[in-house]
Design a protein around this ligand. Structure first.
Ligand SMILES: [Fe+2]
Length: 168
């Protein structure tokens, strides 16, 4: 569990909080639009675009660094969603308000989270539980803090020699 949290920090992703943040802003926009607060809805859309782009950037980086096989498809969906939100920002700034656009956008975002984001999350969880990943983490942690003798005494050789051990 500790390793998972560490990897999570290293990759800079946090699906639950970012997804929740995006949906929270999305609902804020819809609420204001439904209650005739067009100006607030418009500002909310701009915030939604900013949050979504930040989320997409972080995920794109994580997918690249972990060699995620479905990266291209997932990235393309990010582009489609960001362009859709940008188009809505443009329309709302010109008083072309349409509630149905917002409902459709919410469905699109939910679909993305339920498919692309969930699949990537599963892929990362699988990588973190794999022995090779475990060994790499253990090696990295140990090579910087232990001398080879200490490493062997603690049973660290189950993953093979550390980088530090190879240099001695
Ligand atoms: Fe995504």
């Amino acid at each position: 569990m500790e390793q998972q949290l560490q990897l999570r920090d290293e990759l800079g992703y946090g699906y639950d909080s970012r997804d929740a943040n995006i949906l929270e802003v999305m609902d804020y926009v819809i609420f204001n639009a439904e209650h005739g607060c067009a100006e607030r809805a418009e500002k909310g859309l701009q915030l939604l675009l900013s949050n979504t782009m930040e989320h997409a950037r972080a995920e794109n980086t994580a997918m690249l660094s972990t060699y995620y096989p479905e990266r291209t498809r997932h990235e393309l969906d990010h582009v489609v969603i960001c362009k859709t939100i940008a188009a809505l920002c443009w329309r709302w700034s010109r008083s072309q308000h349409n509630l149905n656009d917002l409902y459709e956008l919410r469905e699109v975002v939910l679909h993305h989270i339920g498919t692309h984001d969930k699949n990537f999350e599963r892929y990362l969880m699988g990588r973190m539980s794999a022995p090779a990943s475990h060994c790499a983490t253990v090696r990295r942690q140990l090579s910087s803090s232990l001398r080879p003798e200490e490493f062997r005494l603690r049973g660290g050789n189950c993953c093979g020699p550390t980088e530090a051990a190879l240099t001695y």
